[in-house]
Design a protein around this ligand. Structure first.
Ligand SMILES: Cc1cc2nc3c(=O)[nH]c(=O)nc-3n(C[C@H](O)[C@H](O)[C@H](O)COP(=O)(O)OP(=O)(O)OC[C@H]3O[C@@H](n4cnc5c(N)ncnc54)[C@H](O)[C@@H]3O)c2cc1C
Length: 426
């Protein structure tokens, strides 16, 4: 392995690639070490039944201010700005309209009560109506948003995301994962299947250890998930405990997807949506024939996703098939066949879906985002102050960490010698 770079980036997801792009734009030499055999991390598009389906991130949330939109357009990736399927209930579910509206109002009421919890409590479950008739639905939506039950959600954190979101949700027909992986700059040295085992501080910066050897650099940008950071897979310098503790206060929730192929002509309207049950907190949200494709994508959160994590993909298929049969009639069971189920929670290199601050711990995001000894810099979705849980938040955090690393390196001899930052004055 080459032995000296200005910056080493650990992790090749949206944050690592965001960091690499910023460093490359300033001519700063960088190596990106990715533990798995592909780029993208929680951004992963897979060709299933001939369609580019997103196993992880799929929606360009806050599309009107999402950095990936400009990247997509500059690289010729089409961006679909039409309304997402969840704005259009499947027409055969018209009878449920009143119930759906009542459930949605109950969710709005819960959000309002989150705002008035005040200093007494930061636990989102305290804003649930005692014995509220739509509490299961509120729990299901909170599970989609955060991957955990309201008991484990900081109300302050939840609202920080909500308040910053613009409500525009756009789509990449070629896949979000395709775009993220394709956006890796060619000037960055890339090593796949090279998990970082250890990082030490040195006089000149950092020494990063992998199975393939030790690489020296002026600084390192760590973009691994909070589950990885809080665990013991990477040995970090002494003194890092407060950062690990902040990562532990931002655990990853559970969110998984199940894809089904519609095998014969069944009465599924394209670009529509359904909830399995408004009265079951485990229930999945179904995206039906999105883009006209003969595919149903089921999204499970919290306890629903736990079915797959604990009982495996077959149990996930059985659960969503039963929900779809209850909604659309028993005939549909013979018209759909399993395509794939994700297992983000079981992947050691990720360990869940996205971060959610524990009650009282919304400040952990800022604590985690602090530089350590001006040598280690932290990025990743969990470090973003309000766009956490997203691929654009991850991207922006990588750019922020790259700026911090460049600022720290600017005064150091090694970089001055090579000169790119001195030249740009960044
Ligand atoms: C089911 C699901 C649906 C989602 N839907 C959306 C959505 O619609 N819109 C949206 O914006 N976001 C969505 N997200 C969230 C989004 O995917 C993530 O927030 C974002 O991709 C995280 O990027 P990251 O770079 O912070 O982390 P990651 O993508 O996790 O990248 C970290 C990388 O570090 C690598 N790594 C781990 N350990 C090591 C090591 N020791 N050495 C080297 N490398 C290592 C990992 O393999 C990984 O590639 C979804 C996520 C899931 C799971």
């Amino acid at each position: 392995m080459a032995s000296a770079f200005d910056v080493i980036i650990v992790g090749g997801g949206a944050a690592g690639i965001g960091a690499a792009r910023r460093l490359a734009a300033h001519g700063v030499s960088a190596m990106l070490l990715e533990g798995s055999s592909r780029l993208g991390g929680r951004a992963q598009t897979q060709d299933l039944a001939g369609y580019p389906l997103d196993l992880g991130c799929e929606w360009l949330h806050s599309g009107d201010r999402n950095a990936w939109v400009a990247i997509a357009e500059a690289s010729g990736f089409p961006v679909d700005r039409s309304d997402p399927p969840w704005t259009k209930a499947h027409p055969s579910l018209a009878d449920d309209k009143n119930d759906r509206q009542a459930a949605w109002r109950a969710y709005g009421g819960w959000e309002e009560r989150l705002r008035s919890l005040g200093s007494g409590s930061d636990r989102a479950s305290d804003a649930l109506e005692p014995d509220g008739p739509w509490n299961a639905y509120v729990r299901a939506i909170a599970g989609f948003m955060s991957g955990v039950a309201p008991e484990a959600i900081s109300a302050t954190d939840y609202l920080a995301y909500d308040d910053a979101s613009t409500g525009e949700n756009w789509h990449l027909p070629l896949g979000y994962g395709t775009l993220v992986a394709a956006s890796m700059p060619t000037s960055t040295t890339l090593r796949l299947a090279t998990p970082v085992e250890r990082i030490d501080l040195t006089a000149g910066g950092v020494a990063v250890t992998t199975r393939a050897g030790i690489v020296d650099a002026g600084a390192a940008i760590l973009t691994v998930s909070t589950a990885v950071l809080a665990g013991d897979a990477i040995r970090l310098p002494s003194g890092i405990d407060p950062w690990r503790e902040a990562a532990a206060a931002l655990p990853l929730g559970r969110n998984e997807k199940v894809f089904l192929e519609i095998g014969r002509d069944a009465a599924f309207e394209p670009d529509t949506h359904a909830y399995g049950s408004l009265h079951d907190a485990r229930s999945a949200a179904y995206s039906i024939r999105h883009n006209g494709w003969p595919v149903i994508g089921a999204f499970l959160g919290g306890d629903g996703a736990r079915i797959i994590e604990e009982e495996g993909p077959a149990a996930g298929f059985a659960y969503v098939s039963a929900e779809l049969s209850a909604l659309f009639g028993t005939d549909v069971a013979s018209a759909i066949r399993p395509l794939a189920a994700t297992a983000w929670s079981r992947m050691a290199s990720i360990g869940g879906a996205y971060s959610c601050a524990l009650p009282g711990r919304s400040g952990a995001r800022a604590q985690l985002a602090r530089p350590f000894e001006d040598r280690l810099f932290f990025a990743g979705e969990a470090t973003h102050p309000f766009d956490f849980t997203t691929a654009h938040g991850a991207h922006d955090s990588g750019q922020r960490a790259a700026d911090e690393a460049m600022a720290a390196l600017r005064d150091r001899d090694g970089l001055r010698r090579r000169g790119p930052l001195a030249a740009t004055g960044t």
